[in-house]
Design a protein around this ligand. Sequence first.
Ligand SMILES: [Zn+2]
Length: 186
Amino acid sequence: LSRLPGIGRRSGERMAIKLVHDPVLLRDLTQALREATEELRCCSRCGAITRASEDPCRLCTDHRRDDALLCVVEDPSDIVLIEKSRGFNGRYHALMGRLSPMNGKGPADLRIEPLLRRVAEGKVTEVLLALNTDVESDATAGYLCHLLKDRKVKVTRLATGLPAGSGVMYADPLTLARAIEGRQPV
Ligand SMILES: [Zn+2]
């Protein structure tokens, strides 16, 4: 359990002890995990979590979505978050991580070739890089920009601004610098 993201050794132990003492919970969880193993997978086209019976996934096959706009994310969970925002109606492409030389993760370990193949199909006019904002993600974005430079697509990045409900007072310096860089006319 402690191998899961966000769960340390101590929390993992507490969960394990709870499961040992709660056979009903253990049974339900075991069943849910078995079903997930059998029924869920990553879409072969975009990488989003989908049912085995729906590959390509609904996001890829929904004809109301815009084929010209392709949003590149690091992980399938990012697709869920962007969908919840209801602010995007194009297609998705999950890289399954980011470049991380420290952890031995290079371009061949990410879904970069499939991305280039999708762009080469010719429908995409804009690639939106919706990656995270730390050093490794910035390096990944830079690498993708370089690869996409000569492919007749516009490459954009998410504007980063101040979080809703927050203000200048609470923003860290990098967020503030990006908010100023991405300022809008009023
Ligand atoms: Zn898909």
